[in-house]
Design a protein. Structure first.
Length: 222
């Protein structure tokens, strides 16, 4: 369903029509966007890519502001993977990693909330890499009537459940509170199902070295 269809479904459940004054178009758009953001962030269903250009002698690079979780980092040409690691592992196994240099990136880890530490450093920059990550769509992803959530259509009705519950909440009596509680519970159940679907990928292959079949520490960010 696109945004217009989602909003119409909300009005049907709220027993209103498009000319009703209780809930404006902006109100319903806001609730639907909040539902979509919540589901995307909790399930990792929205995936984006961002280019990173290597800078000479630089370890720290900005993570995109809409990044929830980095998934993988690749060298563009030739296509080669940069492996995730943990800072403690580097300290244990490559104590001089801060001073090492190389001709391509070999590892990365998340530092703080907004930085990727990537190494070894280059003596010259300019090489292109691509970061793939789970993204936060924000609260303005669905703007125009033909905008559609980037997720399986069978989960669109769950966005309506959440939006209707939020619309009813301010003036809810006891009966409506029971309905709201059930709607939120149904939404959370859909989140769990979608998260399981999203994780049924080759994700473990993205976080392990060939020589580390059990994946110890890889993909654990500190």
């Amino acid at each position: 369903m696109n945004l217009l269809e989602l909003r119409t479904r909300c009005l049907d459940k709220l027993d209103e029509n498009s000319t009703g004054l209780r809930w404006t178009t902006d109100d319903l758009n806001g609730y639907l966007n909040l539902a979509y953001q919540t589901m995307c962030v909790k399930t990792g269903t929205l995936v984006k890519t961002s280019p990173i250009i290597a800078v000479a002698n630089q370890f720290a690079y900005d993570i995109p502001t809409d990044c929830v979780t980095p998934l993988r980092l690749y060298r563009d040409n030739p296509l080669e993977k940069v492996w995730p690691t943990a800072s403690r592992r580097l300290d244990e196994e490559q104590r001089n990693w801060r001073s090492q240099t190389g001709t391509r990136w070999e590892w990365y880890f998340v530092f703080g909330l907004d930085k990727l530490m990537i190494g070894p450093t280059f003596t010259t920059g300019g090489e292109a890499y691509t970061l793939t990550y789970n993204a936060d769509p924000g609260l303005d992803y669905l703007v125009y009537n033909n905008d559609e959530p980037d997720m399986p259509r069978r989960y669109h009705a769950s966005l309506v459940d959440y939006a209707v519950a939020r619309a009813l909440l301010p003036d809810a009596d006891e009966g409506r509170l029971m309905y709201i509680g059930q709607s939120i519970q149904d939404f959370e159940s859909a989140v769990v199902r979608l998260r399981k679907e999203s994780q049924k990928t080759s994700g473990r292959q993205h976080t392990m070295r060939a020589e580390d079949p059990d994946g110890r520490d890889w993909g654990v960010f500190t």
